[in-house]
Write a protein of this length. Structure first.
Ligand SMILES: Nc1nc2c(c(=O)[nH]1)N[C@H]1C(S)=C(S)[C@@H](COP(=O)(O)O)O[C@H]1N2
Ligand SMILES: [Mo]
Length: 328
């Protein structure tokens, strides 16, 4: 049985969206990929860095399979009404089948197909560095002890696709307060897992694994910044970055690092995955801004996955009220 999330504000508009098929079909997938010219890999990588091979063979070698949708709802989860989005929610089946997770593949439509070997439980996250109380947490304990809430946020990928999803999790600042930063802490460095045995993309040695990201301490302490332990009313499915991920909705999607194993308070701006790989395309700050084009495309508009609806891109992805003062 599937238990696809039914949003509390489910409206006519989102109900009329036709979800993608819940079944993976190799032939249709390959036809779609070839038609879209996507056989080499994801748009974030410039052509010169697109050296991924092997994903096609892996996909062809596996049987067609059904998308997992039978997630257990989190009881008593409350939506925080302070965060509303004036666009329809993205259908869960759409978000589950269109992911950026380069540890597995650069083909967004193929991530969910390659993710079964990934075991996100038990999942530990270390909070350390320039803090008085370093500690390693078990994610299931965090889910029980942190102020868990649901927040509907926009998500804007630097590639111009966008979605609206209900994350659940807690503000990162709660975790940072518990850690009690020392005076020299100015940045927060995030590190994702490293395990090429389950993540075939990590066999690509020209990429700077593990995936890393960073924020200033002020950005990390902003009330918008959350650590998501779930989405659509349940825990995170593998492809969305289980066991725990960062969500910074005013920044391009690549800042929202998935499957975090370490959060460190540091004194210097940390190196990050995309900035290390292609520094002239992906800066450290990476706030959504329609007036600053990507070197290879405009950022003026964005396309909602699932519906294909096009909207003008907003500065700070529409979250200026919360974050503009950080950059004044
Ligand atoms: N570890 C890791 N985190 C990551 C990525 C990745 O490849 N690896 N991709 C990023 C990008 S580019 C985007 S747009 C979002 C996509 O999140 P979603 O697949 O849950 O929609 O995850 C971000 N976090
Ligand atoms: Mo992205």
């Amino acid at each position: 049985m599937s238990h696809l999330y039914v949003p509390p504000d489910w409206n006519e508009n989102s109900r009329s969206i036709t979800p993608q098929t819940l079944f993976f079909n190799r032939r249709d997938f390959l036809q779609a990929m070839t038609a879209a010219g996507l056989v080499v890999g994801g748009a974030l990588l410039p052509k010169s860095a697109q050296a991924e091979t092997g994903w096609l063979d892996r996909l062809l070698g596996e049987p067609d399979r059904k998308l997992q949708t039978d997630f257990t709802p989190i009881p008593g989860l409350k939506r925080n009404p302070a965060y509303t989005v004036s666009r329809p929610m993205t259908q869960e089946a759409v978000a589950l089948q269109y992911n950026n997770f380069y540890e597995f593949t650069s083909v967004k439509e193929g991530v969910w197909k390659l993710i079964d070997a990934f075991q996100p439980r038990p999942w530990q996250v270390e909070v350390s560095g320039l803090v008085n109380n370093p500690k390693t947490y078990d994610v299931d304990d965090l889910i029980k002890t942190m102020p868990l809430e649901e927040r509907v946020y926009r998500h804007r990928c630097v590639e111009t696709w966008a979605m609206v999803v209900p994350w659940n999790g807690f503000p990162l600042r709660e975790l940072i307060r518990r850690a009690d930063p020392k005076p020299g802490a100015r940045f927060v460095k995030f590190t994702s897992f490293l395990n090429p045995q389950v993540a075939p993309g990590q066999e690509q040695s020209h990429l700077p694994w593990p995936y890393t990201e960073g924020l200033t301490v002020a950005e990390a302490m902003n009330e918008l910044t959350i650590m998501a332990t779930g989405v659509y009313g349940h825990v995170l499915p593998n492809q969305h970055g289980a066991g725990i991920r960062l969500v910074t909705p005013w920044k391009y999607g690549y800042k929202s690092i998935k499957s975090v194993v370490k959060i460190e308070l540091v004194s210097k701006q940390p190196a990050t995955f995309w900035n290390t790989l292609v520094p002239h395309e992906y800066g450290f700050v990476s706030n959504v801004n329609p007036d600053v084009p990507h070197p290879r495309w405009s950022q003026k508009k964005e396309k909602m996955i699932g519906t294909g609806d096009i909207y003008p891109t907003e500065k700070f992805n529409g979250y200026g009220n919360w974050v503009a003062s950080l950059y004044a």
